[in-house]
Design a protein around this ligand. Sequence first.
Ligand code: ADP
Ligand code: MG
Length: 316
Amino acid sequence: MNKAPHNELLGKSPEFEALLRSLDIAAATDVTLILTGESGTGKELLARYVHENSRRSTEAFIAINCAALPEGLAESELFGHAKGAFTGATTENPGRISQAEGGTLFLDEVGEMSLDIQAKLLRFLESGEFQPVGSVKQRHANVRLVAATNADLCKKVDDGSFREDLYYRLNIIPFHVPPLRERTGDIRLLIPQITQRLATAYGLTAPNYSEGAMKYLASYAWPGNIRELRNLCERMLILFSGKEIHEGNLPQEIRHQQTRRWTFDLPDSGIKLDQLERELLQQALEKSQGNQSKAARILGLSRYAFMYRLKKYQLQ
Ligand SMILES: Nc1ncnc2c1ncn2[C@@H]1O[C@H](COP(=O)(O)OP(=O)(O)O)[C@@H](O)[C@H]1O
Ligand SMILES: [Mg+2]
């Protein structure tokens, strides 16, 4: 249905390709899937990809954001309601599950669902049955569920805000969608491709990114992932259509945030690596009160590698 080229998934990194191949396999079955990953990594687009590559592709794809469902209306939104079920229910509402009949239901931010709705969803997943609000009749729907979350559901199970039984029911095949910064080579690939798509949509000429600018972009951490990348491409297209973009044209947060956070920041004045290594070895020995195995562990070294360094600096 939605096979327009602008919906095509971009990315050629081995991390992303591996994910697509696993999704291809899962898409061919009716198994419940859960996509985990940071916001903006493409979970909704991937849920559509699963639907489009499944036997259900000619039927509906219905997406619901559980975090955006108003508390009192969530149940009727999902399961529907009978006419007159509550004040304002002047007509019958089939609900989203019924609308997805034969197709795929995408539950985004599933971790935000209330415990009450979780119980009803679990029942539906196990039996295919549900009861619209204010109705005495059971309904049945044939729906494939794809869920997504950027929250740690395990933690939510621990603190009691997510049902453990539903967690296991959803977690049959979990898929982790990698953040953009962990997709090798994809930033450099996506920038010109997304820019070109946007340029066509706006009727503008795409700008060109200089190698200097590209270096900054490629090492930036992209906390908002592809959504953030797309927004930046759009802003740069509007401001620099047809021009060359240099590093000085990039927004502050990209030029100044020292991108991938290092565990140690190399000062501009430089360091003496040998001296630093020697001091670290000495500190580790002090902390472990001379216990060499423990000192090696503190430094993340094998005992052998640690001993080698002690000899090198004549610390033994
Ligand atoms: N692989 C991709 N190729 C092209 N655009 C993508 C890709 N993944 C995500 N996007 C775009 O990034 C934005 C965020 O994607 P979305 O699926 O809503 O992320 P999430 O649900 O993980 O927050 C959307 O505009 C989407 O079209
Ligand atoms: Mg989303």
